[in-house]
Design a protein around this ligand. Sequence first.
Ligand code: KIV
Length: 294
Amino acid sequence: MSVHAERDQTAVSILDVLGAKGKRKLAVLTAYDFSGAVLAERSGADVLLVGDSLGMVMLGRKDTMSVTLDEMIHHCRAVLQGSRRCLVIGDMPFMTYERGVDEALSSAARLCREGGVRAVKLEGGRQVLPQVRALVEAGIPVCGHIGLLPQRAAALGGFKVQARTAESAYVLLQDALALQEAGCFVLVMEAVPAPVAARITARLRIPTIGIGAGPDCDGQVLVYHDVLGLYSEFVPKFVKQYLQGGELIGRALEQYVLEVGKGTFPGPEHSFSIKDEELKKLDQLLEGSPAASA
Ligand code: KIV
């Protein structure tokens, strides 16, 4: 059975993403489930990224490293049910592609065939070029991810801004160019100084999607829960919360608990009725039943 909702006539393609470079900014949101995907798609976003950030914002873990391929597939399927128009990209989780081309191919194949995504994202620069080339050759579109690599946060000494020296910025540019040559159709750049991201963006044919990489990238991505103020464990400087969703939802839930306690919920408008004659018959039956005398 297909995991896709029926695709829209105006569905965003890889070529649409590539063609946006220099013409219009691309808006990308993460999505992890059906309801979130429906809302994110309605916003007009071009791309939904089923990010392994789900390990933190959906599963409550301290980082993304323990997210499994099965968990990714589970969430990708849910997102695909809620998306008809957006291009949906699925993240390759930690240690599902690093060990080589065969592992990368079989992991990406599962994300596409079982998860239903149209493209995959993997983290890293020149060290993942063989994997990128193999995936692209196999017909799987690849989104690169450079700068801060959350899957390597432990090795990088935490969630830190990258490319703050001329040398490291130059290395980042070389990584970006190499990923482009290997066949990536788009590149996420995370936590990179804005002027560095601008210079890299200007030197690439493919679009860059920034997260903490300033305004000159070809598009932006934010985590759904960050946009809506639903995740307060860690709010990076680059996050703009467009809603204090945690507070709003918290107040609504408190009101529900209060009304249940007071007995004012459910009211008549939330209850089902039964015809008077049926109720009368029921009461007669109850009168004659042993439970009536209990
Ligand atoms: O996992 C994720 O959600 C990501 C984006 C924030 C770029 O990689």
